[in-house]
Write a protein that binds this ligand. Structure first.
Ligand code: ADP
Ligand code: ASP
Ligand code: MG
Length: 814
């Protein structure tokens, strides 16, 4: 005998039932089969919904019932030959009359007890099994309907009844002795108590019915047919890359299902395991897929993977009992668990600190009220005498469990697990590891579930590719170059760094758009155009809300408005990469705050492009400091704009004309005064000094501006006019320098903890002399480089190199 169970989606429609028939027919050619079926998909939920509606005195329950009735009638019409239809149509109608009567009673009484719920929900399986049996009979198969609801005997714990194994096995065995057919079709989920009242085995319980029948009949194997190709490495609704597991041990399957892998109802394993019956999980819609085999035959400690799967369970609450009175007193935990058990509160997980000062248990959220009442009652005296604190509850949590027999023989599993969670800012509220070491479970906030499961899945099952989610703020000059580079470099990154960059969100000053899977290059700009209206705050809020793993916020604006969101993001472990230098050059305290936020939340705040665009300047300082060096002085030419202006200002054109050309060619900030007044250079030397470990503020930088004060007043256009007016002044600066055979350079210097910026006359033998175009140069003197300085020189401005610097920061940050 083989036992095959088909779940709700496998029997959701006439079309699906025909697939089931095929599978059953084929299997029954080799051996007799018992087919256990669920209600048609969604029917149990709909029946419960109708009853709840009725219990709230809402007449709409009638519509629900009519809808369900029509669905069943339609299946009958599609599946059965005309000659048999009228019988089965009235059969269905009669039972829907009964269902309506029950709901009318609920409506009148306003009461929906567990006992009534079992009577009601049982109709789902009853009808589906009768209709399917009738269909197979009409297809000339040797079929009989088996009334499993009468054979499976339970206690009277309605909605979660416990099976009396002895009586049930005897009934089933007796049944098979008396009845010889090739195919038995039985309803799952339903049973009765010793007084004949209808009971059910708990939601998802059809799996269990099948397992009990398989065990009682000593079946060759049990097959659970569902809508996925086996037990997967994670819930496929959460993890797109989840893969079917070829084989797992009973124990592993039990742990995975206990912690939420819905594909198998947890009690299902025990009966087949006790008799060593193999259990297959197969896909009704892809019967050719191998599926999962659950058995003892594959306890292979040397198989590749440490873990076989990750499961997750939502709607969990933690209850903590603590107090000084607990230490060393025996029996506190016994009392706690006894009172929870009396209240039929299912304990999912337990942790106790070694100080015995507290016990924490995880339970389902629906049990919180009952648990609280029970514990407060049981420990009333201890609470009054302040030996124990009133019990504490925390809700909206979920449990993530990493399962695998092989974890026992490998070290480093937990550090990998906690490292991955920590790097993504997922706070672990409680931890439990069974002494069997087949499972490590962590309790986290429910809204971190998707992220956590994906992070762990990548860590343990997809060493191949790490998904990085980028949120790009700003699509101007640098932003659009960056986006181009990302798309063109991504194949290389995937292949060589095993990293896939997804542009998961983009915003400009007006709009924003998001796509968790990453935008395609062709759709990005359109999506932004059609996006929702945006501000830096709303953009950041949405990033936090989406809560995706390996998230990086990229600020490619020059706007002060974006800076305030950095801290909030870093505190959520979203790394920040900025070419915007306002944050790093703001007051020291804010700069430090961002640095510590990134450190404390295991993410990065990178801003290499703040100085010298893509040139490795800040990275070089960081490396020197990390390796124990100390920077004693810095001399630098850091402004592409000022270089351009002074390289081109040779007296043949006015200073104003040269500045305008610089602006037209995109070398300046929108307001060129930010460059000309040295503000931009001062910010850069400030950032370098800070990165070198010096606590410095912007206004401590000596800035001898060469711009007459009047230039700072008015609009940009007025400024150009003022420049013309002061042409003599600029000419004089130039002539003074040329008189000594020197040229003008705007130099930033840092020495002995003091920084300055200003125009200098540079002689030909200076390192600073030969700078062309957009060149920047930084000359470091350090303890190690005290004689011959360390020099970084190269193109230090321009959208392309800045974008590539930002890109390098992104890659470093993940
Ligand atoms: P059935 O109606 O056939 O009993 P269920 O809905 O009870 O089916 O269980 C199958 C579903 O379980 C799958 O569609 C999948 O969404 C979900 N599921 C959750 N975790 C897992 C997992 N680890 N492996 C496979 N499926 C899972
Ligand atoms: N129909 C029941 C439920 O939906 C039992 C099952 O499908 O296993 O919970
Ligand atoms: Mg199920």
């Amino acid at each position: 005998m083989k036992v095959l169970k088909f779940g709700g989606s496998s029997v959701a429609s006439a079309e699906n039932i025909l697939l089931v028939e095929n599978i059953v027919k084929k299997t029954s050619e080799e051996a007799p089969v018992t087919v256990v079926v669920s209600a048609f998909s969604g029917v149990t939920d709909a029946l419960i919904r109708a009853a709840l509606t009725a219990s709230q005195k809402d007449e709409c329950y009638r519509e629900c019932i009519t809808e369900l009735e029509n669905r069943h009638l339609a299946v009958v019409k599609e599946l059965l030959p005309i000659t048999e239809q009228s019988h089965w149509l009235s059969f269905v109608k009669k039972h829907f009359n009964d269902i309506e009567d029950l709901c009318n009673g609920i409506f009148v009484l306003g009461e929906f007890t567990g006992k009534i719920r079992d009577r009601l929900t049982a109709y789902g399986e009853f009808l589906s099994s009768r209709i399917i049996a009738a269909r197979m009979k009409s297809a000339s198969l040797d079929v009989v309907w088996m009334d499993a609801g009468a054979l499976v005997i339970t206690d009277s714990n309605f909605t979660h009844a416990k099976v009396d194994v002895e009586k049930t096995f005897a009934n089933i065995q007796h049944y098979f002795e008396e009845n010889a057919h090739q195919i038995f079709i039985a309803p799952g989920f339903v049973a009765r108590d010793s007084e004949g009242h209808r009971t059910t085995l708990g939601r998802g319980g059809s799996d269990f019915t099948a397992s009990i029948i398989a065990a009682a009949a000593m079946a060759q194997e049990l097959q659970i047919w569902t809508d996925v190709s086996g037990m997967m490495t994670a819930d496929p609704r959460l993890v797109t890359n989840a893969k079917p597991i070829a084989h797992v041990s009973y124990q592993e399957a039990m742990e995975l299902s206990h912690f939420g892998a819905k594909v198998l109802y947890p009690p299902t394993i025990q009966p087949v395991r006790a008799r060593n019956i193999d259990l297959y999980i197969k896909n009704t819609f892809r019967p050719e897929d191998p599926g999962t085999l659950v058995s003892t035959r594959f306890n292979d400690e040397n198989s590749g993977n440490v873990a076989v799967g990750i499961s997750n369970m939502n709607k969990v609450a933690l209850l903590t009992l603590e107090g000084s009175g607990m230490v060393g007193i025996p029996g506190v935990s016994a009392k706690l668990f006894q009172c929870l058990s009396n209240e039929k509160v299912n304990v999912i997980l337990i942790t106790q600190s070694s100080s015995e000062h507290s016990i924490t248990v995880a339970i389902g959220e629906e049990d919180v009220e009952r648990a609280e009442k029970a514990i407060s009652g049981t420990f009333e005296d201890d609470i009054r005498l302040q030996r124990i604190d009133p019990v504490k509850f925390e809700t909206s949590l979920s449990i993530i469990a990493l399962v695998g027999e092989n974890m026992r023989s490998r070290s480093g599993v937990s550090s990998k697990l906690f490292g991955a969670l920590g790097n993504n800012g997922i706070n672990v509220r409680a931890i439990a590891q069974g002494s069997s070491e087949k499972n490590i479970s962590v309790v986290i906030a429910e809204n971190d579930t998707r992220k956590a499961v994906n992070v762990l899945h990548e860590e343990f099952f997809e060493s191949e590719i790490k998904q990085v989610h980028l949120y790009i703020c700003g699509v101007g000059n640098v932003g659009s170059k960056l986006i181009q580079q990302i798309y063109s470099q991504n194949p290389y990154l995937r292949e060589n760094l095993l990293t896939n960059l997804r542009i998961a969100g983009v915003s400009n000053s007006r709009k924003m758009c998001f796509n968790d899977k990453g935008f395609k290059e062709t759709e990005l700009m359109n999506s932004l155009e059609e996006g929702e209206s945006s501000s830096p705050e709303t953009f950041a809020e949405e990033i936090v809300r989406r809560n995706l793993r390996n998230s990086v916020f990229v600020d490619v604006t020059a706007s002060a408005d974006v800076v305030p969101v950095y801290e909030k993001l870093l505190k959520k472990s979203v790394s920040v990469v900025a070419c915007n230098k306002i944050a790093a050059a703001s007051d020291y305290e804010s700069y430090q705050k961002l640095k510590s936020a990134s450190k404390n939340h295991s993410c990065n705040f990178f801003f290499e492009t703040n100085v010298g665009a893509g040139l490795p300047i800040i990275g070089t300082i960081n490396d020197l400091i990390r390796s124990g060096d100390r920077i004693t002085s810095i001399k630098a030419v850091l402004s592409g704009t000022l270089n351009f202006v002074f390289n081109n200002y040779d007296g043949s054109r006015t200073f104003a004309e040269v500045v305008r050309q610089a602006q037209d060619e995109g070398y300046t900030e929108p307001d060129p005064r930010l460059d000309l007044a040295g503000t931009d250079v001062a910010r850069k030397i400030l950032i370098l000094a800070r990165e070198a470990g010096y606590q410095l503020e912007f206004d401590e930088i000596a800035n001898q501006s060469f711009l007459p004060e009047e230039c700072m007043k008015g609009s940009v256009e007025e400024f150009y006019k003022t420049l013309e007016k002061y042409e003599d002044h600029f000419r004089k600066l130039l002539d003074e320098a040329s008189a000594g055979g020197k040229i003008l350079k705007y130099v930033a210097a840092f020495n002995n903890g003091k920084a300055s910026v200003g125009l200098q006359h540079i002689a030909e033998d200076s390192d600073l002399y030969h700078l062309y175009g957009k060149d920047n140069i930084v000359i470091f003197k350090t303890l190690r480089y005290s004689e011959q300085p360390l020099v970084v020189k190269g193109a230090g401005a321009g959208a392309e190199v800045t974008a590539s610097g930002v890109f390098a920061d992104i890659v470093r940050s993940v």
